[in-house]
Design a protein around this ligand. Sequence first.
Ligand code: PAF
Length: 300
Amino acid sequence: MPILYRGGLFFLIMNIVYTINELQSSLGRFKEDGKSVGYVPTMGALHSGHLSLVQGALMENDICVVSIFVNPTQFNNKEDLEKYPRDLERDCDLLHKISSKVVVFAPSVSEVYPSPDTRQFDFGQLDKVMEGKFRPGHFNGVAQVVSRLFDIVKPDKAYFGEKDFQQLAIIRQMVKMLNLDIQIVAMPIVRQESGLALSSRNERLTDGQKIIATNISRTLFQSRDEWMPQFSVKETICKTIDKVNSFDGLQVEYFEIVDGDTLQPVASWGESEYIVGCITVFCGDVRLIDNIVYIAENQK
Ligand code: PAF
């Protein structure tokens, strides 16, 4: 059902749309009146991390579009795509509890990709490291879907979480490359009280694994607070990996300490004014990512 807009006030009823036409005709009136649109792209399975992005968008814009779309082109593992949690009804409930100024856009695959997207983005070294190295093609798929969704929603600002640190850098680069007039807003990682970074994948952890997984962030904090002040970058990397691997059920895939803008590894703490450690850990067969800022003198 469409969104009704009357004389500067918002009357949103059942604000979920499935097609590009529905979305664009609903948003058209807002935009004509100079109202601003904030946008939060998601793949659903929403948690407080997503909701903090929505809240950020609502604080800075007149309306917030949240897309819920599990994008097949960014999965290089078919099983991961199949296992990705999906519960549209629950997601909509959560969003509508926040505000009636949220519009949910839940398109089908054929709506987003009426024909296969064959675009290849060249991100230089940005996608050759970390996630990009372990998930070939992943960021190309992210860039395909986000650029497509940006083109559909045409937001003023779009909100991304810092948990997916490399994704954020890729999106910023994509916006530059495509010369888009969209402001990218980065929002801090939301953690459970235990320190575990919120992720839709946490749903796949058993209760026991959820406890074990708290050792990831705990080790990252120890790495920043205890090891970084007294050890070299290389030693800090080794200590962090060894510590995480020492917990039964955790296996580090990679841990790199990088320049926060270029994402290239640094050799010393003095090499950059913005240094971040990025980790990916298997907890059983669930792949979890997290990061920690070591130095942020030059942070955007
Ligand atoms: O971060 C995600 O959930 C996805 O990569 C995104 C940005 C929604 C694109 O599918």
